[in-house]
Design a protein around this ligand. Structure first.
Ligand SMILES: Nc1ncnc2c1ncn2[C@@H]1O[C@H](COP(=O)(O)OP(=O)(O)O)[C@@H](O)[C@H]1O
Ligand SMILES: [Mg+2]
Length: 267
């Protein structure tokens, strides 16, 4: 995928009568990382869902490799936030990662050597090969998250979407996942990830600061300014990323303000 992997103009997204995200412009080139930052309820997951073709647009245009997201699903790997996926099913690590090879290609297809290689490679890169025959429910949170990222990698998609891939993880899992993000970028993929950690966001090529709309977008240094963060987080800036991630009261406050402003007529 050359040039702009994901391009959005005036995108409006929502659920029921309520708009969750207003008027988003987005440009994600291949071979780059983009971090979505913002308080809880600011629209990070909703935007990822739209790129994955799972959340329909209310207005605007959004393309993945020049096509509407719903028509480009096989080119997008979407790694859900842990806790939201099927981690309690009685499936093994290898089975979960192998499922990726069937995404959009039909369940009756036989595994080829190429599929087995892709699965083995993804397990290896996340250092979970020795866990391959364990059930997901036997794993720690960090190990489970690595399995989900491995499933995303095994799809060999052009666009890799990661919803809070390192939130609350142990250091080892965190480092593995962030290293893989770097490798994917170097391999020419477009990586979009959401994070609560401003230090992680600073490592990205582009940052999009959300609060029910785009507060700021661009290089990390231009976006993660005190004024922008104060605006996004409801007028109160806490210095450390950890504080931003754990101050639920602040999040509820910031998200609530956006909700009141965010009501649009049902279509
Ligand atoms: N499935 C859903 N149904 C209804 N509202 C939703 C749903 N998912 C998210 N929302 C609402 O959309 C807004 C954005 O949520 P979300 O994208 O999950 O934010 P974030 O990922 O930044 O925490 C919030 O107001 C949230 O309550
Ligand atoms: Mg979310």
């Amino acid at each position: 995928m050359d040039g702009l992997a994901v391009e959005g103009r005036g995108v409006v997204l929502g659920y029921g009568a309520r708009a969750a995200l207003h008027d988003v412009d987005l440009a994600v080139p291949a071979g780059t990382t983009t971090a979505l930052v913002g308080p809880n309820g600011s629209g990070k997951s909703t935007l990822l869902g739209a790129i994955a073709g799972l959340v329909p647009l209310r207005a605007g245009t959004l393309t993945v490799g020049g096509r509407p997201p719903a028509a480009a699903r096989t080119r997008v790997a979407y790694v859900l936030q842990t806790g939201s996926a099927d981690e309690v099913l009685p499936v093994t690590v290898r089975e979960v990662v192998t499922m990726a090879r069937f995404a959009g290609r039909g369940l009756l297809r036989r595994l080829r050597a190429e599929d087995r290689r892709a699965v083995a490679d993804a397990l290896d890169r996340l250092e979970i090969t020795d866990l391959a025959d364990r059930h997901l429910r036997e794993l720690s949170g960090g190990q489970r998250q690595r399995v989900l990222v491995a499933q995303g990698l095994a799809q060999a998609a052009d666009v890799l979407l990661l919803d809070e891939p390192v939130t609350g993880l142990d250091l080892v899992s965190r480092q593995r996942i962030l290293r893989v993000v770097d490798e994917e970028r170097a391999a020419g993929r477009a990586v979009v990830l959401s994070t609560h950690d401003l230090d992680d966001a600073e490592l990205a090529d582009h940052v999009v600061l959300l609060a029910g709309r785009v507060v700021a977008a661009g290089p990390p240094a231009a976006v993660l300014t005190e004024a922008n963060l104060r605006e996004a987080y409801g007028g109160r800036l806490l210095r450390t990323a950890e504080a931003l991630a754990t101050d639920e009261h602040l999040h509820a406050h910031a998200a609530g303000e956006r909700h009141d402003a965010g009501t649009i007529p049902a279509s």
